[in-house]
Design a protein around this ligand. Structure first.
Ligand code: 7TS
Length: 413
């Protein structure tokens, strides 16, 4: 089990007081996580101690920054069980990772009449790039439907996947309702029809053990800022044999081997996909975040979140008459995301009242507009938890919700 009290001491912002001295209750980790002192210090150490561009200089600082930069790639590769560091590319975030795949692999491998399949749960980042590519290539985009419990309708999968399917791109965990998708089982089905597999790990990599070899995916996209790391750094794992055949996405400095006025040849992996000066401090910070997560153990983090989700879902039962709570009932089948809606109270109004009590939740369509619309509502309120959240914070949320609903119930809304 996690020692959450001790963990909280590592996160300076968690002792912040908001409004009239109320402690901050951060229930918006699906949007971005808070950062531990160890990550913040890694950024300070970089800028104070060895700030220099990587893969360039023969001087001491450049060698030091290059060493730390490469070390972080090895840590992240081991974290997701990639077979070698070269198969992990740095990007800005999940969105850029998926766009890289669409613009490089997609450009070369999708042709007219091909099928691209995504799920009905997708964040816009794993939907819009495929809409664009399908339009450009005259390919077809198919959507795997979901059940009433917002899990994937596995019966429909076999009807939708076909020998025409070139790619199955799916979120590992829905950011809107928390559903965990059985990616390993789906990857197997996709492989059986000869399709490539992309997993959007934005909400899974920070919260549970993720093993690219076990899932047998071709691509895994993730964001550093949701896993205790800095903003502006993300990753893309690509299976080696796929990566070796991919064309560069961005071109320019650092990704080339030799350049003449007429032509250029490409650098080795992974540099071939990393044009320009990278986010060096971000990479070093993400390395520190991965150390922090590994020290706690991803199994322990997942276990903590299952317990917390169970506690939250049980607590929310008192609102059975008033609130719709989305996603699977079984905490083992979902992440620590509780999305809900009151038929007569706009989520933004709920969010604003909770904010006055120091509770940060997200309200809206969570960049998953088609998914949220399919619930029959324009927006939901969403509490998303992480390794630093406690049952006492869930109690505070429930208490504040009770108060807010009383307020609106009295006609004040
Ligand atoms: N995919 C999923 C499943 C996500 O939850 C998000 C971000 C992204 C992709 C995009 O990540 P980015 O780092 O490139 O922005 N989700 C959210 C959210 O739920 N609230 O704010 C961002």
């Amino acid at each position: 089990m996690l020692d959450v009290r001790k963990i909280r001491e590592d996160f300076p912002v968690l002792s912040k007081k908001v409004y009239d001295g109320r402690p901050l209750i951060w229930l918006d980790s699906a949007a971005t996580s808070q950062k531990p002192r160890q990550v913040i210090q890694a950024l300070v150490d970089y800028y104070e101690g060895y700030n220099a561009n990587v893969h360039r200089g023969v001087h001491a600082l450049s060698m030091e920054s290059t060493e730390r930069y490469d070390e972080a790639r090895a840590k992240v590769a081991a974290f997701i069980n990639a077979d070698s560091p070269e198969t992990v590319l740095w990007t800005r975030n999940t969105t850029e990772s998926i766009n890289l795949v669409a613009n490089s692999w997609g450009e070369d491998n999708i042709k007219a009449g091909d099928d691209i399949v995504v799920t009905a749960l997708e964040h816009h980042s794993n939907l819009v790039p495929w809409q664009q590519l399908a339009r450009k290539k005259d390919a077809n985009l198919h959507i795997l439907p979901i059940t009433e419990e917002h899990t994937l309708d596995m019966d429909a999968v076999d009807n939708i996947l076909s020998p025409h399917t070139r790619l199955l791109a799916m979120a590992h965990e829905s950011n809107a309702v928390g559903t965990i998708v059985p990616v390993k089982e789906l990857a197997k089905k996709a492989r059986a029809v000869g399709a490539a597999v992309l997993v959007d790990g934005a909400q899974s990599v920070p919260h549970m053990p993720v093993d690219v070899q076990d899932m047998d995916c071709d691509f895994l996209a993730f964001s550093g800022h949701k896993m205790l790391g800095p903003t502006g750094i993300g990753g893309l794992y690509v299976k080696r044999e796929v990566l070796e055949r991919m064309s560069p996405f961005l071109t320019g400095g650092d990704m080339v081997l030799a350049v003449s006025y007429e032509d250029a040849s490409w650098n080795e992996l992974p540099m071939r996909f990393e044009a320009g000066t990278p986010n060096i401090s971000g990479v070093v910070g993400l390395g520190a975040a991965v150390d922090y997560l590994q020290n706690l153990g991803m199994e322990n983090i997942r276990e903590h979140e299952i317990q917390l989700t169970k506690y939250a879902l049980d607590s929310f039962k008192q609102f059975e008459e008033e609130l719709d709570v989305y996603g699977p009932k079984d905490p083992n089948k979902r992440g620590a995301i509780v999305s809900f809606h009151h038929p007569d109270v706009h989520p933004h109004d709920l969010g604003t009242l909770l904010d006055r009590r120091g509770i940060a939740i997200r309200t809206g369509h969570h960049c998953s507009m088609p998914m949220v619309r399919s619930l029959g509502v324009p927006a939901t309120a969403r509490a998303s938890m992480y390794l630093y959240n406690t049952e006492e914070e869930v109690d505070e949320l429930v208490d504040a919700l009770r108060e807010a609903l009383r307020y609106f119930g009295n006609g004040a809304g």
